[in-house]
Design a protein around this ligand. Structure first.
Ligand SMILES: [Zn+2]
Length: 105
């Protein structure tokens, strides 16, 4: 006996599509998350404008999600989920660099 819950497709008046942060699972409007675009096995790049083609990985732009995600994809196991391989380290460096830019640390 399984009761199926029907997911309510519309909550309030969300006009923007929503995405889930791959690190903490927070659901936000697409524009409120940092997008990383790319293709598994090919390459990935930060895509703050959300314009690049390919698959998207979404992260909270503030907080620890970027740092944690970067640390995760530096390891072969963490990057394997998106078939990042060596590109994972590169991407991690770019993410951390872009995050620290302009913060005067
Ligand atoms: Zn997050």
């Amino acid at each position: 006996m399984s009761r199926r819950k029907r997911a309510c497709p519309r909550r309030s008046s969300a006009s923007e599509p929503q995405r889930t942060c791959v690190q903490c699972g927070a659901v936000r409007e697409k524009g409120g998350l940092l997008r990383i675009a790319g293709k598994p096995g090919v390459g990935w790049a930060p895509d703050p404008g959300g314009k690049l083609p390919g698959r998207g990985i979404y992260l909270c732009p503030v907080g620890e999600c970027v740092d944690r995600f970067a640390a995760r994809i530096r390891t072969p196991k963490g990057g394997a989920r998106w078939k990042m391989g060596v590109a994972g380290k590169e991407l991690a460096d770019r993410l951390v660099a872009s995050r620290c830019g302009g913060q005067g640390m």
